[in-house]
Design a protein around this ligand. Structure first.
Ligand code: DC
Length: 213
């Protein structure tokens, strides 16, 4: 088992917000794995170059980019598209495992689509965060600072991504019985956080990593 909180779920489910809150509460190190795919997609980094990158170097590239552009609807679909490529997934999965090794003494929180199924199936705690498609699109639309888009466009893009992420052949978004599923539809962030926090605490206390919480 590894001292990792693996958080998976569809776009706009609130998993990123909850992952950050969990990391900050327990003093774990957080990795938004979607940002790795978004950076590779945004910079159109060829596979041969991605293979040469360390996780630190890729995160350095990410930090130089404008978050708004990385998270734009166009780059979201682009990231989801390159994330279907097995060779890209292999390399990015390796980088995520390097990150986990790097911070093994502190504990890590990773959020994405295949963290608990592929990247680190032996994570100490696995959470699957979800919500209604309409509610997720509403949240994403409210988050977009620059409203250069319409609600309908955000809704449509999210639906395309849901389908791409769930139906791809490799590492599709899926929830099995090793996860605790949390449906955040109609919940406040505080309500969802309380459920997550207790789940993490319980999982760690019942493992060899009790001292981490
Ligand atoms: O979490 P996000 O919405 O920022 O992720 C952007 C895209 O990257 C998402 O549509 C699918 C892909 N992704 C993935 O395939 N596996 C991950 N662990 C994280 C993201």
């Amino acid at each position: 088992m590894r001292p990792v909180v693996a958080i998976d779920g569809p776009a706009g489910s609130g998993k990123g917000t909850l992952a950050r809150m969990i990391a900050s509460h327990f003093d774990f190190v957080y990795l938004d794995t979607g940002l790795l795919y978004r950076t590779v997609a945004f910079l159109n980094i060829p596979l041969a170059e991605v293979r040469k990158l360390s996780v630190e170097k890729l995160l350095e590239e990410t930090s130089k980019l404008d978050d708004k552009l990385l998270r734009s609807p166009e780059n979201s679909v682009k990231a989801s598209t390159i994330a279907k490529m097995p060779e890209i997934r292999d390399v990015v999965t390796g980088l995520q495992r390097d990150f986990i090794d790097l911070f093994n003494e502190k504990g890590t929180v990773l959020d994405g689509r295949d963290i608990g199924t592929v990247v680190v199936p032996d994570a100490c705690c696995k959470l699957f965060i979800t919500a209604d498609l309409k509610e997720r699109a509403k949240r994403r639309f409210a988050d977009l600072k620059d409203k250069n888009t319409t609600f309908d466009e955000v809704f449509r893009n999210m639906k395309i991504r849901d389908n791409q992420d769930k139906s791809r052949k490799i590492a599709p978004l899926t929830c099995d019985k090793t996860y605790l599923m949390i449906d955040t539809t109609g919940q406040s962030v505080e309500e969802s956080f309380k459920i997550c926090r207790e789940a993490v605490r319980k999982a760690f206390i019942n493992s060899e990593y009790g001292s981490f919480v």
